[in-house]
Design a binder for this molecule. Sequence first.
Ligand SMILES: NC(=O)c1ccc[n+]([C@@H]2O[C@H](COP(=O)([O-])OP(=O)(O)OC[C@H]3O[C@@H](n4cnc5c(N)ncnc54)[C@H](O)[C@@H]3O)[C@@H](O)[C@H]2O)c1
Length: 457
Amino acid sequence: MKVIVAGTGFVGLTHAAVLSESGHEVYAYDIDTQKIAAYNSGQREQIERYVNEPGLASIIPETLNRYLFFVDSLDGLIEETDAIFLCLPTPPNLDGSTDLSYYANAAHHLGQLLARRKDQRRVVLVNKSTVPVGTVRTLQTLLNEHQVPNFGVASNPEFLPEGDAVEKSRKPDRIVVGADTPEDFEILRNIYAQYVNHVRIAYIETTPETAEAIKYVANTLLLTYISFWNGVGARLSETFDNMMMEDLKRGVTADARISTWGSYVSNGAGGSCFGKDIQSLIYQLRQNSRPCGLLQEVFDINEYQKTYLIDRAVNEADFNFNNKTVALLCLAFTKHTNDMRDASSLKVVEALLAKGVKAVQAYDPLATDEAKHYFNPKKNNLFAKISYHDTVHEALQNSDALFITTDWEEFRGLSSTIEKMVAPPYLVIDGRRMIANYGQLVKKGYTYLAVGSKVMP
Ligand SMILES: NC(=O)c1ccc[n+]([C@@H]2O[C@H](COP(=O)([O-])OP(=O)(O)OC[C@H]3O[C@@H](n4cnc5c(N)ncnc54)[C@H](O)[C@@H]3O)[C@@H](O)[C@H]2O)c1
């Protein structure tokens, strides 16, 4: 099949690369010409400057210029295309609604090109971006206005988790395809041929609107479950004596009906999707005069969670951040990625600067370059207090406190590094319950404050 993927960010690049592995002829298109040049180099370092996902930079050179083509213009490429996947940004507006301007621009451009094509064979425009329920009809109307002949619209939401995008694209839990006509379903079945009758992967065909809604309900349900553990499990364990968070979790999730995924507690879930999708769903329901108290509460718990450990440090550990140096591990919203979108670290840094810290010494194995854009001192001169370090040791040097916001496995054994680098009195804030033998630190006089525990000693 000849496929165009419009937008080559996390979703589009992964989708294009994985589709090209199945022998489809894939044209990955982006308006960002620098990105396209970087991908076309086939060089790991160049690719990972934009999207750093395990395995992705290895697939690209294997199929590049055989099945996978990166282009910064679609001129002359539109003929004989079977499907165009839209993998475009859909960020939140200030009121929580979805900014569809990127989407509308791309649709307008594609409408112009498709209206001029000579072959007139059936082409399906497939939406992979997360868009409000009913957006598929806006796309249809726009293409009709351009008098595009013989086209269909479909919704095929993406569920990949960052940090594991390639594996989950190759072996997803499900493929959801919402379309209107048998021929459009058929085109998508041909593209996803290896999944259609798969024994483990659910191939679900439905209406486009239902497919759009599946994405929102799935994402908000995941955030609800995470926030339940943060808002109830962690709160209980932080309140009552002699509570063991890990035992609480094991005891509850031993019930086969209760998921172990998401039963961890943390300083909030970040990333490009959870926050924006729940806000969008709240907006969509409110616009239709539907109550959405549960969703609002889930959103609020998750936001509160991002910085509440700083308040606990002040109130429960009597720590004064003023003029102190804080080591920050790390910056990206989760491990194995350089993505900083909606990362808890953004709120943590803001809160630390507001408390008057002298310096923030940050370490992240992948996200330093990305972080420098977010914390640009030209935007806010307080960001000049942030320094970036190549190792945990360096970040800890001469610090007064440590804040762990990301769940890299290397932090499990951090206690001996802490002992080597900094002496008590010293505050360890563990937003991910990463440090396995924290008891050793407490015995030696360090203060340990973790999500889901009372402050120790
Ligand atoms: N990142 C995730 O983990 C994830 C997971 C599931 C779903 N989604 C959804 O997928 C969509 C894309 O997310 P993303 O993280 O890949 O975004 P992204 O910002 O990483 O990538 C979007 C790309 O689209 C390009 N673009 C913008 N306008 C364009 C145009 N007119 N033509 C061609 N390219 C254009 C941008 O240059 C950028 O490279 C969003 O709706 C998001 O909610 C994201």
